[in-house]
Design a protein around this ligand. Structure first.
Ligand SMILES: *Cc1c(COP(=O)(O)O)cnc(C)c1O
Length: 390
């Protein structure tokens, strides 16, 4: 089997010097020295990776990307029941974070070419729903236009929290644009489990910090929080990963480009996400013509690891039903999310992927697409349309 993903984390030997520091410190959580060092170094790494970003910003670490989203939302201190716009084509944690923060998700569709929620789409939804927060998602690691979102936030007097969980290090915060990253093992800076909330607003970050620690501020609970602290052990792995990151990133980009080149012969059958490519890719996604389920089954039969990411779209999960059945919370239709979710597949992508495996993937996909009876319900995206018109 060619595995879909192989996380790349530091070896025991690489982590050992940091573990010895923990032994020496006898400090294991609650913003210990390694945790604070990880936060400082991560901000420095992000600045180095985004030299054009002028804003100064800081990070509050969390125990997962999902908790970074939750404390990020709670720290806005909005009235319970305030509406938050998010795309239907995303990982469910974007929506669970909203609901668990006492807010109401408003599902919007995505753009058929870039596969993400754009400011253009959000404009109508915010106007109709009266939402105070928009959560764009850097779907599949896509790089979003943070400047466009900054303008959007100013124009519509709302807050933007980017679910950039899978897109490290593509985004840095801007005025009214905050960023959440995940450091889950499968992401581009994986530490096992972890996350970070980034903002230029220190007061907001202080509130978020308290929320990661039950809500404690100077010994008393001001707002109900949770325990979302990053342990010293995870920070130790994080400090190793920061050192390894530039090299990992350049290898990820090389392998990504090679696989794209390998799949060139299939360019008329496959559609790629348009826009800015992932900064440090961890996934390789394509839209196939016709249903991805059949293609995935056929590829798995040929020992190729595949995954239908973000399938089904959020509005088809039973847990989010009630937010859709209440018709006032579905603004416009979610057709593009439905169609894309039915077409997108993740192919094997990781740092161990070699030329022989890339050839095997291309061969299998060529054969599978030739054998799949292609059915076009509605064209999605420019390339699929041209194939449908042949
Ligand atoms: C991975 C991911 C999450 C969840 O992050 P965790 O660290 O696993 O909690 C949320 N949203 C998106 C878009 C993701 O890719």
């Amino acid at each position: 089997m060619i595995p879909l993903m192989v996380p790349d984390l530091p070896s025991t030997d690489e982590i050992l010097p940091w573990l010895r520091q923990i032994d020496h410190n006898h400090w294991y959580s609650n913003y210990g020295p390694l945790c604070l060092e990880f936060e400082t170094q991560l901000v420095a790494l992000l600045k180095a990776q985004n030299p054009r970003a002028t804003e100064d910003f800081a990070m509050v670490s969390t125990c997962s990307g999902t908790t970074a989203l939750e404390v990020g939302l709670s720290a806005y201190r909005l009235r319970p029941g305030t509406r938050v716009v998010l795309p239907s084509l995303t990982f469910p944690a974007t929506a669970t974070a909203i609901i668990r923060s006492g807010l109401i998700p408003v599902l919007a569709d995505v753009d058929s070419d870039s596969w993400v929620l754009t400011p253009e789409i959000a404009t109508g939804v915010v106007a109709k729903s009266g939402a105070k927060v928009v959560m764009p998602v850097a779907a599949y690691g896509q790089t979003l236009d943070t400047e466009a979102w900054q303008k959007f936030a100013a124009q519509y007097d709302c807050q933007v929290l980017i679910d950039s969980a899978g897109a490290f290090p593509a985004h840095t915060p801007k005025p009214r644009v905050d960023i959440a990253y995940s450091f889950h093992a499968t992401k581009s800076l994986g530490i096992g489990e972890g996350g970070g909330l980034l903002s230029i607003d220190r007061e907001y970050l202080q509130t978020a910090r308290e929320l990661t620690n039950f809500g404690f501020g100077k010994g008393i609970i001001n707002t109900v929080g949770m325990n979302a602290k990053l342990s010293e052990y995870h920070a130790a792995v994080g400090l190793c990963q920061i050192e390894r990151f530039p090299q990992m990133k350049s290898r990820r980009r090389i392998i990504y480009r090679k696989l794209r080149e390998r799949l060139q012969p299939l360019r008329n059958a496959l559609t790629y996400q348009s826009g800015l490519a992932p900064n440090s890719p961890t996934l390789f996604v394509v839209a196939v013509p016709g249903s991805a389920t059949a293609v995935c089954q056929a590829l798995e039969a040929q020992q190729i690891g595949v995954r239908q990411w973000y399938c089904p779209p959020l509005h088809q999960h039973p847990a989010f039903d009630s937010y859709i059945k209440n018709a006032s919370l579905k603004f416009g239709d979610l057709t593009v999310s439905e169609q894309l979710s039915d077409r997108i597949i993740g192919l094997p992508f990781h740092l161990q992927l070699n030329d022989r495996e890339m050839r095997a993937i291309t061969r299998a996909l060529t054969q599978v697409l030739a054998n799949t009876t292609i059915h076009f319900p509605e064209p999605v995206g420019a390339n699929v349309m041209s194939l449908a018109n042949k």
